[in-house]
Design a protein around this ligand. Structure first.
Ligand SMILES: *[C@@H]1O[C@H](CO)[C@@H](O)[C@H](O)[C@H]1NC(C)=O
Ligand SMILES: *[C@@H]1O[C@H](CO)[C@@H](O)[C@H](O)[C@H]1NC(C)=O
Length: 400
């Protein structure tokens, strides 16, 4: 009798497992197994019900990666609906102090090493560091997607601290990302986010942007596979090239969800002191997964944005506009737009409004279909291309 019962049990188990297998994407099935085997040693079948986003932390020779990892582990638990295994990829050899910090997290992370430490022949003017960053990103992303079979990856660097709802933000945007093929990435950063230029009350507001920018960003395996072969240098600028971007946009927050504390990075002190250190970061926990974010899907977003622009008041005379603001001529809640006719006029307007207006491949930070939105003296403003939108002029970058 016991034998028969066991046999029945065995058959029931086999049928159950087969049924489960047919429900799963085989690619994901293998992936989560691999990752959890390495990191959690947990029962992988019970984990199948949750989506997986691997967190890939790129480290080098800075022990301050501890600040990054501590924030990751502090806030990851606040979003249990998604499985976020952490992989730390270390470049620059086994810098002892940094290695020790990474090892101190034990089984909580998977620690891998970028093997190619050879010097890189540069073009003579570009810093070696930018080449090494490109090499490390390419290697580590391939490891995450192909070796560990991550279906989605968030890339962090060792000088980034994450905000309380960082994981919640990615958990909530993942379904949109997987649904809307016009989304290239989801990024946690916003280089325009200086005090006074973003709306500090709009803590749950998200946007689309055509500009690719990292500092905590998510990419799916599918999108990764859609890209050409990784460049030797300036991988982030490369991602904004027409052939890679293919008309796709990224989701970005109004208020950043990462804080860059790396004054000693490759970009140098000036960039950090002039821009990065003033950037704001969200301190709140927005339960993004409970919000309706469908306004970010391409057609909804385009409709909503053109409505917002057309409902805003046209500014034709900047001094007159400033006077109007000072004399309370404009009602509370009124928004405005300024038309520009060419890249030079756009650049001058960004200087006037103290925005970060440099462009790469014709696209400025936070720009969407040529439109840049920000806050000026408490009012929402849109810089809008004049006439019908015809796409970016990728050959014109005014670094003035
Ligand atoms: C800032 O955001 C708050 C909250 O969403 C909103 O009520 C307010 O109108 C916004 N202010 C501007 C100037 O857009
Ligand atoms: C979510 O918002 C969209 C508009 O962006 C709306 O059409 C839809 O009905 C909303 N869904 C729910 C469940 O409220």
């Amino acid at each position: 009798m016991a034998f028969i019962r066991n046999r029945k049990l065995l058959i029931v188990t086999i049928v159950a497992v087969l049924l489960l297998l047919t429900q799963l994407d085989l690619d994901n099935f293998v992936s989560i197994f691999d990752v959890t085997k390495h990191i959690y040693s947990l029962n992988f079948l019970s984990r199948q019900t949750k989506p997986v986003i691997c967190v890939l932390v790129l480290a080098c020779n800075r022990p301050s990666v501890k600040r990054c990892l501590d924030s990751v582990f502090k806030y990851r638990v606040l979003t249990p609906s998604v499985n976020f295994p952490v992989i730390v990829s270390q470049d620059c050899g086994s810098h002892p102090e940094t290695t020790q910090v990474i090892k101190s997290y034990g089984d909580k992370i998977l620690h891998i090493h970028q093997p190619d430490l050879s010097a890189i022949i540069t073009d003579g003017t570009t810093k070696q560091g930018y080449y090494k960053q490109a090499r490390h990103h390419a290697w580590a992303l391939k490891q995450a997607f192909y070796e560990f079979k991550c279906p989605n990856v968030i890339v962090l660097e060792d000088d980034l601290e994450v905000a309380p709802d960082f994981f919640e933000y990615f958990a909530a945007t993942l379904p949109l990302y997987l649904q809307d093929t016009s989304i290239l990435c989801v990024t946690a950063s916003n280089l325009q986010a200086k005090p006074g230029i973003v709306n500090m009350s709009a803590i749950n507001l998200l946007h689309r942007t055509d500009f690719f920018f990292g500092w905590g960003w998510m990419i799916s395996k599918k999108v990764f596979k859609s890209l050409g072969s990784w460049p030797k240098v300036y991988w982030d600028v490369w991602l904004g090239l027409p052939d890679e971007r293919q008309g796709r946009s990224c989701i970005r927050p109004e208020i950043p969800r990462t804080k860059n504390f790396g004054r000693d990075g490759t970009s140098g002190h000036k960039f950090f002191d002039d821009l990065v250190q003033d950037l704001v970061v969200s301190k709140d926990f927005i339960p993004f997964t409970t919000l309706n974010l469908s306004y970010l899907l391409r057609d909804n977003y385009n409709r909503r944005l053109s409505q917002q622009v057309s409902e805003s008041k046209l500014i034709t005379n900047l001094p007159g506009f400033e006077l109007g603001l000072s004399s309370n001529k404009y009602k509370e809640g009124l928004s405005f737009h300024v038309l520009y006719h060419d890249p030079l006029e756009f650049r001058l307007l960004t200087k006037y409004f103290r925005l970060y207006g440099k462009t790469w491949n014709g696209i400025a930070h936070s720009m969407y279909r040529g439109i840049m939105t920000f806050i000026h003296r408490g009012r929402r403003i849109y810089l809008v291309p004049n006439g019908e939108w015809k796409g970016y002029d990728t050959d014109v970058d005014l670094h003035i």
